[in-house]
Design a protein around this ligand. Structure first.
Ligand SMILES: Nc1ncnc2c1ncn2[C@@H]1O[C@H](COP(=O)(O)OP(=O)(O)OP(=O)(O)O)[C@@H](O)[C@H]1O
Ligand SMILES: [Mg+2]
Length: 484
């Protein structure tokens, strides 16, 4: 049998007679309960607790005690020095046994239990011994549970911190700083959020960050891709079904709304939701209840919805492909994620981040990224956004053990063929269907080219440098072109 721990007691009692009665009551259980110290006033009790943290498990204290510090004040002071200590109060018979306020005040101050002392003619015991002992055991159990809870709370907190680190959003460009501020701001409330951004920009990552910063963080984050599940299965995925509700339903299946209860449901590619599912989803959002297939009663759920789309959902509404009422329910707060090519030097920050990650993951030393290669990365359009960049870095880490050169990154196997995209190289559309004076076409070309170069540069002077202009000339020409 496992050896049982001793329960250590501090007794606060100023009457010799009662000290004796308490000792005697505990004595039968001296194999489990040990009266470590006895003091006769509140101050002495307090200094013992303060000087010996965690020494005592349970305090047995007389309510009517001499000295200034006593009663509820003493209880709450002891608890403030040692929050896990459990306090059992013994009072004289003079307290009316139906005085609930008295009991309540004691408990509110932090006492675990209280009892009235036996009358003075019972010389052996302070109270019915088995009840008294049982309360001490219970008090000790409570202390252990509270300590365990603190430990697991700490562990949970650590888990969340680790997750936040793993799901960190890299980016210092203006739009990303704004995005991070918005995440911080809206995570705390419970509003539904619609994330909009092209493929691979980090929509799921943003949804995770909202969840991990919300009060729902200890509950589930449940992602579902509305575009990848056939429409006839989507309903049973979202709402689940009861056993026997249709042929083949040989066991009950909880829907994702149930799995996400009290947590967050991430509806990815929400623009792909078929019309019937849109109706059902709207009803859940309005009523907070789901209808499980094959079940008569409804189930209440409390789920925060974060939806994401790479479509222009307002446009889908205008074209009757997405319900307007559902759109407004989902889009309480819109969050926009800009394409990677509009984030300037974030490209390099992300590159270094993934370089660290993959080098560590593969056990390689981190290769050095050459300046000339940086320039190419900054100029590339990144049609696949961060996801593409991540894949590019992974390939480079495998192929370039020491250095990553301009030649390495311009390899079509690495960056694809679109280093200069059609949009920026063609200028057929500058004509607008009619032949314009050269001056006018030049002006149009300059405006577009200046805008493009500025969009891939971190600052005006970086753009000027790329164009081979002095910053002051760049500024003047921008003004002339109406760009400033
Ligand atoms: N700012 C960022 N910092 C660090 N990692 C990022 C960032 N943005 C995206 N990622 C990473 O890039 C990959 C793609 O991101 P994510 O899956 O969140 O994009 P998405 O917008 O949901 O893409 P899709 O539209 O294809 O579903 C993930 O591995 C993600 O962790
Ligand atoms: Mg995604």
């Amino acid at each position: 049998m496992q050896k049982q721990e001793m329960i250590n007691i501090l007794l606060v009692e100023d009457e010799e007679f009662d000290v004796r009665r308490v000792k005697n009551t505990l004595d039968y259980y001296n194999s489990r309960i040990k009266l470590l110290d006895t003091v006769s006033n509140g101050m002495a009790a307090l200094s013992l607790i303060r000087e010996n943290p965690d020494k005592y498990d349970v305090v047995i204290m007389d309510y009517q005690i001499s000295g200034g510090l006593k009663g509820e004040e003493l209880i709450s002071k002891m608890k403030s020095y040692d929050p896990f200590i459990q306090i059992i109060v013994v009072t004289k018979m003079t307290i009316n046994i139906t005085n609930y306020d008295f009991a309540n005040n004691l408990l509110q101050a932090g006492a675990f239990w209280y009892c009235t002392k036996y009358p003075g003619n019972i010389e052996e015991y302070i109270y019915q011994p088995t009840d008294f002992i049982l309360s001490i055991f219970n008090a000790y159990e409570k202390k252990k549970l509270e300590k365990q809870k603190l430990k697991s709370d700490k562990r949970l907190k650590k888990n969340i911190e680790n997750l936040l680190e793993a799901k960190k959003i890299i980016g210092e460009s203006k739009p990303m700083i704004q995005l991070k501020e918005n995440i911080e701001k809206y995570a705390k409330s419970d509003v539904n959020i619609l994330i909009n951004g092209p493929s691979g920009t980090g929509k799921e990552l943003v949804a995770w960050n909202i969840h991990l910063r919300s009060k729902r963080k200890y509950e589930n984050f449940v992602p579902i891709n509305c575009g990848s599940i056939p429409s006839d299965l989507l309903e049973s995925e979202l709402f689940g079904f009861e056993k026997g509700s249709f042929t083949g339903a040989n066991r009950e299946k909880p829907g994702l709304f149930e799995v996400a209860n009290n947590g967050t449901l991430f509806l990815d590619e929400v623009g792909e939701l078929p019309p019937t599912a849109q109706v059902k989803l709207l009803r859940v959002l309005q009523e907070g209840e789901i209808e499980k297939i094959g079940r008569t009663g409804k189930i209440s759920v409390n789920v925060r919805i974060i939806a994401a789309t790479n479509k222009n959902l307002a446009h889908e509404v205008n074209n009757n492909r997405f319900r307007e009422d559902l759109y407004y329910r989902l889009n309480v707060v819109p969050l926009e994620i800009v394409p990677l090519r509009q984030r300037g030097d974030d490209i390099l920050l992300l590159f270094e981040h993934f370089l660290d990650y993959f080098s560590q993951d593969l056990g390689f030393t981190k290769p050095v990224l050459e300046e000339s290669a940086k320039e190419i990365l900054l100029n590339y359009k990144w049609p696949g956004n961060v996801r593409e960049l991540r894949n590019v870095v992974q390939r480079l880490v495998l192929n370039c053990p020491d250095r990553i050169t301009a030649k390495d990154v311009s390899n079509p196997m690495i960056l694809g063929n679109s280093i200069v995209s059609k949009e920026e190289s063609g200028f057929e559309d500058l004509y607008e269907g009619q032949v314009l004076p050269l001056k006018e076409v030049e002006r149009k070309f300059r405006i577009r080219y200046f805008k493009y170069v500025r969009s891939i540069s971190s600052s005006d002077s970086a753009a000027a440098e790329k164009l081979g202009l002095a910053p002051s000339n760049f500024y003047r020409m921008c003004k002339e072109l109406g760009l400033k």
